[in-house]
Ligand binder design. Structure first.
Ligand code: WNU
Length: 152
């Protein structure tokens, strides 16, 4: 079995490669590694459902997910985009203190997500103004795209 230290190093190196986190100092990144959980999903599983309460932030370590959203046009939720390794999601409910605003559906078997809870997310983001400003801006942009596609 792989040692805890090797696992720690592996996730540390991976998080280093995530563009959002590249400016974080080493000790901050190490702390995130200590706090994260790994969740596994198979194709077709919902990782997030729109309208539900959510307290977690996800980073894709392996696999692929699709973002979908219910719009005023009836029928199945509309596919918005696909996210892959190094992409993240779930920040919007945490930042806007709202319910989940889209579905995240697993697109590949053995998808692995690193999961950060609200408290650790706030610690990670809250202490870095640039990161906070970047995410806030991004979340506002998402709200505008939601409006344009008449999301419910
Ligand atoms: C979109 N509209 C909405 C994505 C991931 C990270 C960033 C875009 Cl910084 P949540 C559902 C999640 C939501 C977002 C993600 O889905 N999402 C979108 C859209 O057009 N959500 N409303 N595109 S991918 C993405 C930017 O992370 O967070 O907690 O749960 O509402």
């Amino acid at each position: 079995m792989r040692s805890t230290q090797a696992r720690h190093q592996e996730y540390f190196n991976f998080l280093r490669s995530v563009s959002l986190l590249k400016e974080l100092p080493e000790e901050k990144l190490a702390k995130i590694v200590d706090c994260l959980e790994v969740d596994y999903f198979n194709r077709g599983e919902f990782i997030i459902r729109e309208g539900e309460e959510g307290n977690t932030f996800f980073i894709i370590a392996k696999g692929e997910v699709t973002v979908t959203q219910t719009t005023e046009a009836h029928g199945p939720p509309q596919e918005i985009k696909t996210l892959g390794v190094g992409d993240y999601f779930g920040e919007k409910a945490l930042i806007s203190e709202d319910v989940r605003s889209a579905n995240i559906v697993c697109n590949a078997n053995d998808t692995q997500c690193l999961v950060v809870d609200r408290e650790n997310f706030n610690q990670m983001v809250g202490t870095y103004d640039e990161l906070q400003a970047y995410l806030k801006e991004y979340v506002e942009e998402l709200s505008r795209s939601d409006e344009k596609r008449n999301a419910l």
